[in-house]
Design a protein around this ligand. Structure first.
Ligand code: NI
Ligand code: MN
Length: 227
């Protein structure tokens, strides 16, 4: 069947696996790199890494329209309930839960998580997705941390890492992260959305090839990749 991963721009990914569609951090409205609009998005499940507007994005609207299950940390799920989102599942850091599409484990991330209205969004998270065809580690917004080595021990087929710098890891730290995680493949995100986080993905890919054992996968927004 295969697992299809589509980059929809910034940190937004659509993952099709086991007949289900999963959206990660669905940010379309106000996202200059979005390859589709919020009204075109479909989902069976939406996973939100942290409370910032460029990650919560259009979750409330899409969840209400599609009745997709929203998965996030406890604080974000409480907030979703206040926005009228009813189909939810709270988790928290270190905890895994098995869904019909695979298992989701929330991991640490070093960042902030304030929600768009100033509410407390709890601790920011990374997402470890164990699917039929492999394991994806979506680091979300984070700086480099040495416990990435422990996440790598779970056997990561694809790591999705921020490279934009300024708010998250930049290219150099993402190389160090790749060495610690030792994934089969690594994909960059959270760059080129705005001038502040512009990066040369081709130069980054060369560094990955020269310095790590991982294969770089660089997509354009709207492009897909088969795991
Ligand atoms: Ni953020
Ligand atoms: Mn962000």
């Amino acid at each position: 069947m295969g697992t299809k991963i589509t980059w929809l721009g910034h940190s937004t990914f659509q993952i099709e696996s086991a007949g289900k569609t999963i959206l990660l951090d669905p940010f379309f409205t106000g996202n200059p790199s979005a390859s589709i609009s919020a009204s075109e998005a479909t989902a069976d499940a939406i996973i939100v890494s942290h409370g910032h507007g460029d990650h919560v994005g259009d979750t409330v609207e899409i969840a209400k329209r599609t009745h997709a299950l929203v998965i996030a940390n406890y604080e974000i799920i409480e907030w979703m309930g206040k926005q009228g989102v009813e189909n939810v599942h709270p988790q928290h850091i270190g905890g895994a839960h098995k869904y019909d599409f695979g298992t989701v484990k929330l991991t640490i991330a070093h960042h902030g998580s304030m929600l768009p209205d100033g509410s407390n969004g709890g601790s920011p998270c990374g997402i470890l997705l164990k699917l039929e065809e492999g394991t994806i580690y979506f680091a979300a917004d984070t700086g480099l941390f040495s416990d990435m080595r422990l996440i790598g021990e779970e056997g990561v087929d694809l790591a999705i890492l921020p490279i934009g710098d300024n708010f998250t890891m930049g290219p150099d730290d993402s190389i160090k992260a790749t060495k610690m995680i030792a994934p089969k493949r690594v994909m960059p995100m959270h760059y080129n959305t705005w001038p502040l986080i512009e990066q040369d993905a081709a130069a980054w890919a060369d560094q990955i090839r020269n310095q790590t054992s991982a294969e770089p996968v660089v997509l354009e927004p709207g492009d897909s990749f088969q795991l």
